[in-house]
Design a binder for this molecule. Sequence first.
Ligand code: FE2
Ligand code: FE2
Length: 493
Amino acid sequence: MKTRTINLSRLAVTIIIILAFALGAYPALAVTSPSRVLLSWTGDPATTITITYVDADGTTEGFVRYSTDSALADATEVRATAVPNKSAMDNDGARFTATLTNLTPATTYWYSVGNGDTWSAAQSFTTAETSPDNFSFAFFGDIQVTQSAATDFAAWGKLAEAAYAKNPGIAFALQAGDIVESGITTEHWAAFLDNASPVFSKIPFLPTNGNHESNFLSGKPELYLDTFTLPTNGPRGFEEEFYSVDYGSAHILVVNSWVFSGEQRLTAAQLDALDAWVAFDLASSDAKFKIVLTHVPLYPVHSDNTGVSAREHWIDTFQKYGVTLMLVGHQHVYSRLSPLTNGAPDYEDGITQIMGNSGLKFYDSADETYAERTIYNVSNYQVLTVDGDELIVQTFDIDGNELDYVALTPRASESVTRAEYVDMLWRSVGSPVVEGVERFTDVPQNSPYAAAIAWARSAGIVVGVGGNRFNPNSKILPKHMNLILDRYNAVMA
Ligand SMILES: [Fe+2]
Ligand SMILES: [Fe+2]
């Protein structure tokens, strides 16, 4: 297993760029009209959609027109905003994004993007029902490039189109990272977008970032961040690397496992804050199914130190707070492990790990010790169907042959006390120490939660239960979690 080493020299970056070019230049690089449209969500799937697209270089204005009418009669027009160029690279066009809000649930809308004069062809999407507990979505593992950007992304685009044609009910897709071979090569992103857009201008695409999205001096996946518009509900400074989405009875948590590679040179305190945010996010959800999407597997099927670090940091939290399924990539086989608790098979209460591989790069071996199914040398995709109390995962090849099937059930989440909940939030923002705050009478100075509760009180995030008491050891109710989260967001806004 190759793990990318931290590389800070400009010489090395230059060599990587040259190697990436050697993997094949992509002819249709720059766009001349509004195109490369991708959908995502940054709000409620029932009432919002987020649209991101690329227009010709130098375009300064962007708009989205949308209507329930396929001819866009009586279309509503909203302004799109320019996407900040975090990478400071020539992104082969001007990127725009807009989020449509106040949409009607379970409704098909048609839309077109453009600069006011030139518009893209109209495309449609359908908003989610309100709180569905019966729905499907897709998962794609690593894509990358083995021959050329043109060839490999065209092959992947065909897989995505086959998946959508066979499963037209899929509401969105997740992707495991390693989207491109070289995260610093705009050709790869252009080729990806050209081949992703036919399907993912109709349904949202929600990825995580892998090691191949990296190699920027900052350690951040900068072109990944430029390319996608994703929820910004993650920890400060790590927005879009960490985020979560609720779709009906599923809570999907996306976490950047590549932070454990050392490439971002994070301190132990920063990693602790990320861990606390992960726990806070999962503890905040009472969804029936909690699904984690991350690139590097917590249970690697080839030795991988980054995966081991991710497991050491996160597996207890996933076990505690009811995660049913981890969707991963990175090791270029299809692999489904038996449900595991602390690395040992546990059919009563284990977490299942499924590794997908949707590209053309294949490993011909894997550790099958705990595998229930391993498939080599086949590009594949998964269809996940939530049907009441069951989560069914089917694996298909491009011809629609079913290669694997498993039915999973929800896992219970541990309850959390009011003090523990505030403590997770406090640690997720770096454990700020606030002096001179009046104490609740039932939170003594020597309580392990005293500093967290003092901070939350001073910021107006908690107000107590009356009589200058906080009830630190009572189980926190969902409505109070929401209240704390709302107040926190208001404070941080
Ligand atoms: Fe990979
Ligand atoms: Fe990888």
